[in-house]
Ligand binder design. Structure first.
Ligand code: NAG
Ligand code: NAG
Length: 495
């Protein structure tokens, strides 16, 4: 009897300890991970493979590049439109590859799908960089595309090809592609395709050389193809550093390390002064977090380089418990920064914090925000809270990921998702033929499973309105950082 009571007491104590320590949330991170990767299949351009799982999508844009005598088929549509914007596409690819590199071991059966998602981009970037001295930077005239509401499968808008070259340079787009190729080479090296990894790395170093040698912004070289769409506001210096940092990680060559150390000082004004942004335009915070792994592994580098203090600044800018925090939070706790598509900030900044916690894990480095010390597990807890908000722990109890949970957005701003599938309705739908599907308040026709939308407003309100693109449009760079985040939490939950 006493023995039984003791066992019961121990069980109860154990239960209390476990439930206060382990997660209170019931999220199925594994399910969310599978879906967040599946989303990329819905964004595929070009000839789809027989293994395509989102079967309502079919082949599209099979002539991309043909007018230039090039094969530029493949790659991803950016968001709810059908343009292949290589600058943000490359950023998404870098983050996808980074997630695989750090958390691939936790992905289980989704690892091959995640690698496939990276390869879908890198195969395309190998085509875009096949001609020395030229980088193809975009396919699709954004004005023509945005003027129509058409399925990718029957697009008849101009598939204008934009490129940068020695005479008309574009260091940000070229360097970001170099970063993506280098990051992907690391992911393929870690997970078993060494020949492909080597090919990617060789190309990355050539493309970086081109980006660095012929300096200039694609803003100027591409005219109306770049601005006002993915206009590079923050300059191309950050992409050059970011690419060099990835090339250093992939090659361990001191040449790249010296480039980063030397130029972080040249680029100091942009990196200091609170501009610790991270997104398709600005890589500043990411550079510092990325190289912190190497800095922490070497004697003296912590004291002689500024990277860790910049990385700490970033943490202090973001965490709500920091006295120097500069970002905003909704009452429900979602991270907010100004501009459209807020969720891109939430996922990208969360990813950086989680990776920084990982790199700091076996070090003695202490993050100080004025007199407040931030512990590594605070970074993880913060990240978890953001992810849980996205998955439904918010005042509306809405999941912002299509197909996850019971309540999720039904009217996402996405041409292919809102129009009937070509499988259902094979007749051509022309430019304006799609307008009624854009304007209807009926739910979309096809579930773009895994798509995470721009999200609620700063008061946690969300109207699920297709016309409000800032809130209802998904993009590749919202989902890409989530792949690593969800893999981490999947490995640490009971599901
Ligand atoms: C790109 O164009 C925008 C808008 O014209 C401008 O503000 C920005 O400084 C330009 N960026 C670069 C790197 O030239
Ligand atoms: C959300 O869920 C909580 C807890 O189940 C509940 O108290 C609340 O009323 C729900 N809110 C809405 C808007 O459904």
């Amino acid at each position: 009897m006493r023995g039984k009571i003791l066992v019961l007491v121990l069980l109860l104590v154990g239960y209390v300890i476990m439930s206060s320590d382990a997660n209170p949330s019931l999220h199925d991170y594994g399910d969310a991970l599978s879906k967040t990767i599946l989303f990329f299949e819905g964004q595929r351009s070009g000839k789809l493979p027989s293994t395509q799982r989102l079967t309502w999508r079919k082949d599209s844009a099979l002539r991309d590049g043909a007018d230039e005598g090039m094969d530029l088929t493949g790659g991803y549509y950016d968001a709810g439109d059908n343009v292949k914007f290589n600058f943000p596409m490359a950023f998404s690819t870098t983050l996808l590859a980074w997630g695989v590199l750090e958390y691939g071991k936790s992905m289980g059966p989704d690892l091959p799908h995640a690698l496939e998602a990276v390869r879908w981009s890198t195969d395309y970037f190998l085509k875009s960089t096949a001609t020395p001295g030229v980088v193809y930077a975009q396919v699709g005239d954004p004005n023509g595309d945005h003027n129509c509401w058409q399925r990718p499968e029957d697009m008849d808008t101009p598939r204008t090809v934009y490129k940068v070259s020695e005479k008309a340079p574009g260091s940000e787009v070229a360097a970001e592609i170099a970063a993506a190729l280098a990051a992907a080479s690391l992911a393929f090296k870690a997970f078993g395709d060494r020949p492909y990894s080597k090919l990617l790395l060789q190309r990355a170093s050539k493309v970086f050389e081109f980006a660095d040698k012929y300096r200039g912004s694609y803003n100027d070289s591409m005219g109306s193809g770049a601005c006002p769409f993915y206009c590079d506001f923050s300059g191309y210096e950050d992409e050059l550093l970011w690419a060099a940092a990835w090339l250093h990680r992939a090659t361990k060559s001191p040449v790249y390390w010296n480039y980063v150390v030397h130029n972080i000082h040249n680029f100091k004004p942009q990196i200091e002064g609170g501009i610790l942004e991270f997104g398709w335009d600005s890589k500043h915070a990411g550079i510092n977090i990325l190289v912190s792994k190497y800095v922490l592994s070497q004697q003296n580098l912590e004291a002689t380089t500024p990277f860790l203090s910049y990385a700490d600044n970033f943490v202090c800018n973001v965490l709500p418990e920091s006295p120097t925090n500069t970002v905003s939070f909704s009452p429900g706790g979602l991270l907010f920064k100004s501009g459209v598509c807020n969720m891109q900030h939430t996922t990208a900044l969360s990813f950086l914090l989680l990776v920084y916690a990982r790199y700091l894990k076996s070090s003695k480095h202490v993050i100080r925000c004025n007199n407040v010390i931030i512990a590594q597990n605070q970074l993880v807890r913060f990240t978890r809270k953001q992810v849980d908000y996205i998955l439904g722990d918010n005042p509306l109890n809405v999941s912002y990921m299509v197909g996850y949970g019971t309540k999720f957005p039904q009217r996402i701003h996405h041409r292919a998702s809102s129009l009937p599938s070509i499988v259902q309705q094979p007749q051509h739908i022309n430019c304006k033929g799609g307008t009624p599907y854009f304007l209807t308040d009926q739910p979309n026709q096809n579930l773009l499973i895994g798509a995470v939308v721009g999200g609620p407003d700063i008061h946690d309100a969300f109207a699920d309105d297709r016309i409000d693109a800032a809130k209802s449009e998904p993009t590749t760079y919202v989902n890409a950082p989530l792949v690593g985040l969800l893999a981490y939490f999947k490995a640490r939950s009971s599901h």
